[in-house]
Design a protein around this ligand. Structure first.
Ligand SMILES: Cc1cc2nc3c(=O)[nH]c(=O)nc-3n(C[C@H](O)[C@H](O)[C@H](O)COP(=O)(O)O)c2cc1C
Length: 157
């Protein structure tokens, strides 16, 4: 069984969790890097005209990814991590799902946030990866330990 932890992180919080999860799940690590990185101004959710606000308000928005993993086919389980933006996943996660073939793969979603839960994040993403097996979707604390992540991973399968 081969595992991948793929993550998008705009300010580093989800990255830290993803790195520990990759250890806990004995997984390879892949960064979902935006073709155009987000600046601090882009991330200003108090500005209706910031890039993140405009993208979040546009259901058709699919921010470009710098590159996809070239060996996605090898993985049985793909953990996908991101920050919660406006109560759901940033649209770049839909780009990632739609550019890959996740049919038959186990998909585990994880996120960090400022306090919001996962809400209906999984339901929002499901249409972007038809045929995937949606195993779990969990909000993780920024400081979650590798030991806690190991326990969580064991509980999944
Ligand atoms: C554009 C934007 C929208 C956000 N929306 C939410 C939200 O709806 N609920 C919440 O709890 N946190 C929200 N946050 C906070 C992030 O989810 C949180 O800081 C996250 O841990 C950042 O992860 P990162 O450093 O990996 O990007 C938002 C942050 C940004 C930049």
């Amino acid at each position: 069984m081969k595992n991948l932890v793929a993550f998008f992180s705009a300010s580093g919080v989800t990255r830290g969790v993803a790195e520990r999860l990759a250890q806990a799940a004995q997984a390879d690590l892949f960064e979902i890097a935006p073709q155009v990185p987000y600046t601090n101004a882009d991330l200003d959710w108090t500005n209706k005209r910031s890039r993140s606000s405009i993208e979040s308000n546009d259901p058709a928005s699919r921010p470009e990814i710098a590159g996809m993993p070239d060996n996605l086919a090898e993985y049985d389980t793909v953990y996908i991590g991101f920050p919660i933006w406006w109560y759901t996943a940033p649209h770049i996660i839909k780009t990632f799902l739609e550019e890959g073939d996740f049919s038959g793969k186990r998909v585990v979603l994880f996120a960090t946030s400022g306090g919001s839960g996962m809400g209906k994040t999984q339901r929002d993403l499901e249409p972007s990866a038809p045929g995937a097996h949606w195993v779990a979707a969990k909000l993780l604390n920024a400081r979650v330990s590798e030991a806690e992540l190991t326990t969580w991973v064991k509980s999944l399968f």
